[in-house]
Write a protein that binds this ligand. Structure first.
Ligand code: THU
Length: 135
């Protein structure tokens, strides 16, 4: 089990307290490390119109892209409770736009249990830009 770098863990914990999850009461924080080594964090941001809610992984990815970066090298997710949350189907697709099948995804829980997988394990046979504009 790879140890989470202290800097990442501290960022995840700080972010978790900023999650806006009044409807689900399920705060989630995510950090992506870009190919340049910078860290970008995000939290879930829910909305009274439920489908407009954003997951933490998407928030973190949007931060990275908004900062001018396009490559995700590693992903961490921290959720509350005994079991770590895995990224939802939509987040797997969003991550896959900027990551590779071998990109590590670390799912951590405040209860201490961890799941370490790759994006390719979470989303095999992903649809991606390589399918578009084929002649
Ligand atoms: N959620 C995330 O932000 N990331 C995950 O990996 C799992 C689920 C959010 C969406 C919603 O705000 C809340 O957790 C409950 O589903």
């Amino acid at each position: 089990m790879p140890a989470t770098p202290r800097e990442v863990l501290e960022l995840l914990q700080r972010l978790l307290s900023r999650a806006y999850a009044p409807y689900s009461q399920y705060p989630v924080a995510a950090v992506v490390r870009s190919s340049t080594g910078r860290l970008y964090g995000g939290v879930n941001v829910e909305n009274a119109a439920y489908p407009l809610s954003r997951c933490a992984e998407q928030s973190a990815t949007l931060q990275m892209v908004s900062a001018g970066e396009r490559e995700i090298a590693e992903v961490w997710v921290l959720s509350q409770g005994p079991q770590p949350a895995t990224p939802c189907g939509g987040c797997r697709q969003v991550l896959s736009e900027f990551a590779r099948p071998e990109t590590p995804v670390h799912c951590l829980s405040t209860g201490g249990s961890e799941l370490h997988v790759t994006l390719g394990e979470l989303l095999p046979h992903a649809f991606g830009k390589r399918y578009l504009h084929q002649t």
